[in-house]
Design a protein. Sequence first.
Length: 106
Amino acid sequence: MSYQKVSLEAGVDEYLVSLRVERGLSRNTLAAYQRDLSQYLDYLDGREPGPDDVAGFVTEMRGRQLADSTIARKIASVRGLHRFLVVEELREEDPTRLIDSPRRPD
């Protein structure tokens, strides 16, 4: 199987279009995803993401003492991006596959 590799920035753009067109997410939800993914790209600072980078991003978010629900959304945004890129055969690897989401309190 041959994968077409796109830049992560271009992948984010395609993912956000997909969320808007195919899933019909609200403008506010899309804006939140865009902010989350922009923070993720800023964190990566041009590096190709691996599992350690994703874990580092999560650690940084926890260090900011954000609410678990906010961190969970950020992780979902990043995880959704990478899954989309693999499904669409734009990337071969999903560096989020080993990352756990924060547990929500009962």
